[in-house]
Design a protein around this ligand. Structure first.
Ligand SMILES: Nc1nc2c(c(=O)[nH]1)N[C@H]1C(S)=C(S)[C@@H](COP(=O)(O)O)O[C@H]1N2
Ligand SMILES: [Mo]
Length: 411
């Protein structure tokens, strides 16, 4: 067990005085679990008050481009507030945004005629819908793969579930008129390529036509009842929950309705792709043997308490968190305090709508003093559950849905 620097402890005490969970538990954070946890003192070097107004426990993974991760214990809200939402960029955030003159153009081989809407037209012409939707980066959990995969070393915090308001992509496509041969809808955005080459797009992905037609696939202009924050796509973005969040294009300017799989930037393998057939860890996989990720796997996160909490013997520990899946819904949630030897049910709520995460909670009694890990495991309505170890090693480190675990010490 690593000793904490004095700094960290002092800051921690300052925080508990503000009435955080620790007073409730009579707890103090004494160690870090799981791997990848960054002590408070180091995070504060980032000066978070300067950074997009994000919560001070957010972790900056990269600033060229900006990639900022949340953490399990700050994702406790049922509706993720803007300040606790991870940021994932492939290029530079647009510097100038002309909202007054903002338009969305729908084009491509499979539209009957190209059509352009102003922002105002979009907001007034079509019915508005609000959904509570998970956005999870395909690379969330990458840091746990061995051999390591290159890329942002997300631990567990590249996930959010905010309320998104907008119009259905389907309603727009119906209004434009699309041909029977439509296969895919690709997005085009205004962020700048890392090289600053104006002729290059930083990312231009999209969804198969069936996904584009779903009720919950939105062209959104509000998040949690307000304008979308700039770093999350202001003034317009696509939201297609259930797929890797890379399909949810921010700063949306155009859509291409394609008669083939969209071939935009970062559409083709190895981007957002995994081996079509399982490979051994460390294998080299040619692009032809990689398949683009669609549905995201069953997953869950313990959001309370924070890993490393200490409790007194004979006290009940309340845990809670969220569970979600790329399709259908979570039917059962279980926890273990003996490394998976025995499992016990959690109570589990329904989500507000499809693709919303679902709240779970449990009351845990520990049999005696000592060190414990609480593990959580979700199961969907088709009987598919989460693996306990990082599954299906893949060269780019995507879709790790291993059980989340936190450390607890009973004294
Ligand atoms: N235009 C644009 N859209 C984008 C990206 C981007 O770099 N540019 N990143 C994608 C990726 S990889 C993810 S995980 C999500 C992250 O959304 P957030 O930053 O709002 O959390 O946005 C997606 N949409
Ligand atoms: Mo992502």
């Amino acid at each position: 067990m690593a000793k904490e620097p004095f700094q960290t402890r002092r800051k921690f005490l300052k925080k508990t005085a503000l009435g955080s969970f620790a007073t409730l538990l009579g707890a103090e954070v004494v160690f870090a679990m799981p791997k990848g946890y960054i002590p408070l003192a180091l995070q504060e070097v980032n000066d978070p008050y300067r950074l997009f107004g994000k919560h001070k426990d957010m972790v900056v993974l990269n600033d060229q481009p900006w990639n900022v991760e949340s953490q399990a214990h700050i994702l406790d809200d049922y509706v993720t507030p803007a300040d606790k939402m991870f940021i994932r960029n492939n290029g530079h955030i647009p510097e100038k945004t002309d909202v007054e003159g903002w338009t969305l153009t729908v084009k491509g081989e499979s539209v009957t005629a190209e059509k352009t809407y102003t922002l105002q037209e979009l907001k007034t012409k079509f019915p508005k819908h609000t959904y509570h939707l998970v956005l999870e980066c395909g690379g969330n959990g990458r840091s746990e793969f061995y051999p390591p995969a290159e890329g942002n070393q997300w631990t567990v915090g590249a996930v959010s579930c905010a309320e998104w308001t907008g119009v259905r992509l389907r309603d727009i496509l119906d209004d434009v008129g699309i041909k029977n041969n439509a296969v895919y809808v690709g997005y085009h955005a205004t962020d700048t390529h890392l090289s600053r080459d104006p002729n290059k797009e930083s990312i231009s992905r999209g969804v198969p036509i069936a996904k584009a037609m779903e009720d919950e696939t939105l062209i959104a202009f509000q998040m949690n009842g307000k304008d979308i924050p700039l770093e999350h796509g202001y003034p317009l973005r696509m939201i297609a929950s259930g797929f890797p969040a890379s399909v949810s294009g921010k700063w949306l300017k155009a859509l291409s309705v394609r008669d083939k799989v969209h071939d935009g930037e970062k559409m083709a393998p190895p981007s957002y792709s995994i081996p079509c057939d399982p490979v051994e860890p460390g294998a080299e996989v040619p692009n032809e043997s990689m398949c683009v990720i669609e549905k995201m796997p069953v997953k869950s996160l313990i959001t309370y308490p924070k890993s490393g909490a200490m409790i007194k013997e004979n006290t009940v520990l309340d845990i809670r968190g969220h569970a979600w899946t790329g399709e259908d819904y979570i039917e059962m949630m279980e926890y273990s305090i003996d490394f998976g030897a025995t499992w016990h049910p959690c109570s589990l709520q329904k989500g507000k709508n499809k693709y919303a995460w679902q709240r779970f909670s449990a009351k845990i009694n520990f049999p005696k003093k000592g060190y414990y890990e609480v593990w959580a495991k979700a199961k969907d309505n088709t009987g598919v559950s989460q693996p306990m170890l990082s599954p299906s090693w893949n060269p780019k480190g995507y879709v790790n849905n291993a059980c989340h675990r936190i450390a607890i010490k009973v004294t």
